[in-house]
Ligand binder design. Structure first.
Ligand SMILES: CC(C)(COP(=O)(O)OP(=O)(O)OC[C@H]1O[C@@H](n2cnc3c(N)ncnc32)[C@H](O)[C@@H]1OP(=O)(O)O)[C@@H](O)C(=O)NCCC(=O)NCCS
Length: 329
């Protein structure tokens, strides 16, 4: 049987209006704008302040925008996949809430938990259903309300993250464009280098866990930085070699936006010049599963059909990987 590729046929996004600048953070913790900008590349991030809105709200907005752009109705969707580590609830899955909010009544829905690699894990998963001809239209969404799990007294984490959502619609490709190849890795983080200590079945919520701020992100920043730099750079050059792509062949690197220095190291290893790297970390910070679709959204008007894109991410888990996409629009 001929290979059936999955193409990205539309992109959508959602960003909350409220901005949290480095100068705002100076008032919360012992930090300063210059330190944050030079160490991370971040100037401001968006925060979803409305306490009655969460990840499913942002995910639904992003998905609806993608559906509208493609002129596809929610009833036509076969699968809704949401990548997130900040689900509205432990269960049901956020994707189930999004399915209901969109009115995607013919779709089944599930979440993927792969932290900052969530979107590329979900993209590979969604594309596989189309490649296997068990689905025709799949919504792949990366969404995180990181402000809900940040400790705004911890300067080593609260400066890094923001809230947002991005979505792509996957459909069967009629030509050679679409998702061409994926490489994914996992290395179980048994030493807890990047995690949320409480709220799961190991440490359910108690007064003690709340008092000890154990429901917020903890990380060993230096260790994660080293692993992320190696992981993203290695896997990006690996997917280029595997597909015989030279630096000239790659139109864009679409990197997870965790730290500008990690992005620069990845581009250097690939031999790609900075003009071909999508970077919006300065405006949004690290929105976890949303960073890559937010880049695709911001750059969509500059992309041409047939452009070779390398999407690369590293995240908690530890999880990392790269996806080679030939742009279809
Ligand atoms: C967190 C991170 C920005 C810190 O940058 P760094 O260059 O590694 O800085 P270090 O942790 O070595 O800290 C350097 C100094 O700055 C201080 N510092 C930490 N956060 C600070 C802040 N917000 N403002 C000012 N100073 C800060 C540290 O206390 C340390 O001080 P010391 O030398 O007196 O001990 C960086 O490690 C990083 O980006 N790690 C990856 C995190 C990540 O991306 N996580 C998500 C995974 S996808």
């Amino acid at each position: 049987m001929e290979v059936q590729r999955a193409k990205i046929s539309a992109v959508g996004h959602f960003l909350p209006e409220d901005r949290l600048t480095n100068f705002d953070l100076e008032k919360l913790v012992e930090t300063n704008d210059e330190w944050i900008r030079t160490r991370t590349g971040i100037s401001e991030r968006r925060i979803l302040k409305d306490p009655d809105k969460a990840t499913s709200y942002m995910a639904t907005k992003a998905a609806q925008e993608a559906l509208d752009a493609a002129g596809v109705s929610a009833e036509e969707i076969d699968i809704v996949i949401v990548a997130t580590v900040t689900p509205d609830y432990m269960f049901p899955a956020t994707a189930c809430l999004v399915q209901e909010k969109l009115g995607a009544k013919n779709a089944f829905a599930f979440d993927i938990s792969a932290a900052c690699s969530g979107f590329i894990y979900a993209l590979t998963t969604g594309a596989s259903f189309i490649q296997g001809r068990t689905a025709n239209k799949v919504l792949v969404i990366g969404a995180d309300k990181m402000s809900s799990i940040l400790d705004y007294t911890d300067r080593t984490t609260c400066i890094l993250f923001g809230d947002g959502a991005g979505a792509v619609l996957l459909e069967a490709s009629e030509d050679e464009t679409g998702v061409i190849d994926s490489i994914h890795y996992t290395e179980g983080d048994v030493n807890c280098g990047l995690y949320q200590p409480a709220g799961g079945s190991l440490r359910p919520a108690t007064h003690e866990t709340v008092d000890a701020r154990m429901h917020s992100i903890r990380q060993d920043g230096r260790a994660v930085f080293k692993k992320a730099t190696m992981g993203m750079a290695d896997v990006s050059s690996e997917i280029m070699k595997k597909n015989n792509l030279t630096a000239d062949d790659v139109a864009w690197l679409v990197p997870h936006q965790a730290n500008l220095r990690i992005i620069d190291a990845t581009a250097n290893r690939m031999g790609i010049s900075s003009e071909k790297v999508m970077i919006n970390i300065g405006r949004y910070g690290n929105t976890t599963a949303a960073t890559i679709p937010l880049c695709l959204y911001d750059w969509k008007d500059q992309l041409n059909k047939g452009d070779n894109l390398v999407l690369a991410a590293f995240g908690g888990g530890f999880t990392w990987g790269a996806v080679y996409v030939k742009w279809s629009l």
